[in-house]
Design a protein around this ligand. Structure first.
Ligand SMILES: NC(=O)c1ccc[n+]([C@@H]2O[C@H](COP(=O)([O-])OP(=O)(O)OC[C@H]3O[C@@H](n4cnc5c(N)ncnc54)[C@H](OP(=O)(O)O)[C@@H]3O)[C@@H](O)[C@H]2O)c1
Length: 292
């Protein structure tokens, strides 16, 4: 894709709804590339490019915010009833704009438990957790909205400031071992750069409405934790067996251990040609280590 003109140009204006961990990384990067990006959060802050949007309390952005917006990225999770907070509050407004693209950050939880097998975008979603049913419902709402939606299914997101290192430093780490259990992950920089790659090459690549964004190497939690302890020069505590410790885990933590799947990135990385910055947890965690 090197010799082609980018499908993006500096006249584009991005609205990032939900400027948390992934949203703020995306906003920072897209601004560095010269684009305008406004971001939402639920409370006022000092950033002049930030505005307040809080669907639960009915705080809706002023119409002026939407002037000239061409691209929207929603990073906001489903509400407690499984409805999408953005569509619930802003659908009419969004439909009145000349939007070129709307991105939605979803989760690979919609695939459910595959007992360690690989899942790709052609597999039918089969959610088992209630939160994943809600997520699938939001994906459907976005698809049915008629907006130019592209959905990114993400596994565990990590990056500088949110990784196993923080869990170790805050003494919140639990070293748990469960036979044959793997998790997929993605570094926050790869979410941003995969999306930018797809947007820059939009005119040349076949459009896919749903795309997994995961790294190349699903693996056990223990491997990841061991790698972090090694980088820190510390000794990892002895692992506890999942069966012995599960009753002490919060319901949400328990639910993560109930699902075992390997998320395929073949569509993104082979068919569409995106090159991961952090192909595996070792590269990604080294970046976190050096930047924390
Ligand atoms: N964390 C993971 O490992 C993971 C894995 C897969 C998928 N995901 C999903 O991917 C998306 C991005 O993940 P993330 O970890 O970057 O998210 P995050 O840091 O938790 O940020 C979520 C954002 O949504 C905003 N928000 C939440 N409820 C809202 C509401 N009712 N009205 C308006 N704004 C609301 C938050 O506002 P404030 O800034 O005011 O808090 C925050 O900016 C989320 O949908 C998440 O569920 C996460």
């Amino acid at each position: 894709m090197n010799n082609q003109t980018s499908s993006l140009n500096n006249k584009k204006k991005f609205l990032i709804l939900g400027c948390g961990f992934s949203g703020s990384f995306f906003a920072k990067t897209i601004r560095q590339l010269g684009y305008t990006a406004l971001t939402s959060s639920r409370s006022k802050n000092k950033d002049s490019n930030s505005f307040v949007f809080d669907s639960e309390n009915g705080i809706i952005p002023n119409k002026k915010i939407f002037d000239g917006v061409t691209h929207i990225l929603s990073c906001i999770p489903p509400d407690k009833n499984g409805k999408d907070p953005v569509l619930g509050s802003l659908q009419k407004q969004l439909k009145s704009l000349s939007l070129e693209w709307v991105g939605y950050l979803s989760t690979t939880g919609v695939y459910g438990n595959t007992k360690g097998d690989w899942v790709s975008e052609i597999d039918q979603p089969n959610p088992s957790q209630s939160r994943s049913h809600k997520r699938l419902n939001c994906e459907k709402e976005w698809i049915e909205s008629g907006l130019p939606i592209q959905i990114f299914r993400l596994p565990g997101i990590y990056g500088p400031g949110r990784s196993t290192f923080e869990a170790i430093r805050n003494k919140k780490i639990r070293v748990i071992s469960k036979k044959n259990q793997v998790f997929s992950r993605i570094h926050v920089a790869d979410i941003t750069h995969a999306i930018i790659y797809l947007l820059e090459n939009k005119d040349y690549l076949k459009f896919h409405q749903i795309i997994n964004v995961a790294d190349d190497e699903p693996c056990s939690q223990i491997e990841v934790i061991q790698y972090c302890y090694d980088l820190l020069g510390l000794t990892m505590p002895k692992p506890m067996l999942f069966e012995d410790t599960k009753d002490e885990l919060s319901p949400i933590a328990q639910s993560f251990w109930m699902e075992n799947r390997r998320v395929s990135n073949k569509l993104l990385c082979e068919t569409l040609g995106y090159k991961l910055i952090y192909k595996n947890y070792k590269l990604g965690l080294t970046n976190c280590y050096l930047n924390s």
